[in-house]
Design a protein around this ligand. Structure first.
Ligand SMILES: Cc1cc2nc3c(=O)[nH]c(=O)nc-3n(C[C@H](O)[C@H](O)[C@H](O)COP(=O)(O)O)c2cc1C
Length: 204
């Protein structure tokens, strides 16, 4: 599928999925990728619930907020729902504060490993925590950080250099465009505020 750099550049948040199931072997591989993420003081506070039963997948779906900027157009339609979720948890017994940083590193490992397997994903942090914790029987001393949606992609979002706005949008063909701030606008030369000349910023 490509180098890490290529996977990083081509991975997009996917919100329309084919309905083929993802094997348990592949879902476990995603957690295996998460397990090897960097972790502050190597505490490794994260735990995971793989959600792949039809019943639970259906129960979780309405408890997630999809694509706020284009609501309701980013919500997967009928027959476009994710095949599985991985709920990313932080054990407060292992780490009381700032576990989200560890969770985020673990999540990025999962997103990239999924993409290497041809699996699309969407990191969803805007979730109805109380209801999801009840459905998945997550105890009080375990925090629900995010829910990651997975499925084989049925859309191919594109990126472009951001102009005025960083808000993603759909064009009249229904393609999702994701503006990324340009390299020239975010990197400085030895001193904050000193921009590189555009010709120097060629990256392959
Ligand atoms: C911390 C975090 C929380 C996010 N929460 C949501 C969410 O609740 N719902 C959603 O649809 N997308 C969510 N996303 C996905 C972002 O919308 C997406 O990463 C961003 O638009 C850039 O698109 P890309 O992932 O294709 O590069 C989240 C991403 C991050 C990093």
């Amino acid at each position: 599928m490509g180098t890490v750099f290529e996977l990083i550049k081509t991975r997009r948040s996917v919100r329309k999925f084919r309905q083929d199931p993802i094997s348990l072997e592949k879902l476990l591989k995603l957690v295996e990728a998460a397990r090897f993420a960097p972790s502050a003081a190597n505490i490794q506070p994260c735990e995971y619930v793989i959600v792949n039963s039809r019943e639970k997948v259906n129960q979780i779906f309405p408890l997630l907020k999809w694509a706020g900027y284009i609501h309701p157009h980013g919500i997967p339609g009928k027959g476009e729902e994710p095949s599985a979720y991985i709920a990313v948890l932080i054990s407060l017994k292992k780490k009381k504060k700032k576990g989200e940083v560890d969770a985020s590193a673990a999540i990025q490992n999962m997103l990239l490993t999924a993409w290497e397997l041809g699996i699309g994903s969407c990191w969803i942090k805007s979730v109805k925590r109380r209801s999801i914790k009840k459905i998945l029987r997550i105890p009080h001393n375990v925090q629900l950080d995010s829910v990651i949606a997975f499925g084989y992609p049925a859309e191919n979002p594109v990126t472009e250099d951001a102009g005025e706005s960083i808000k993603y949008y759909k064009d009249d063909k229904g393609i999702l465009h994701v503006p990324k701030r340009s390299l020239s606008s975010i990197v400085f030369n030895n001193q904050y505020g000193l921009y590189y000349e555009k010709e120097k910023l060629v990256v392959d």
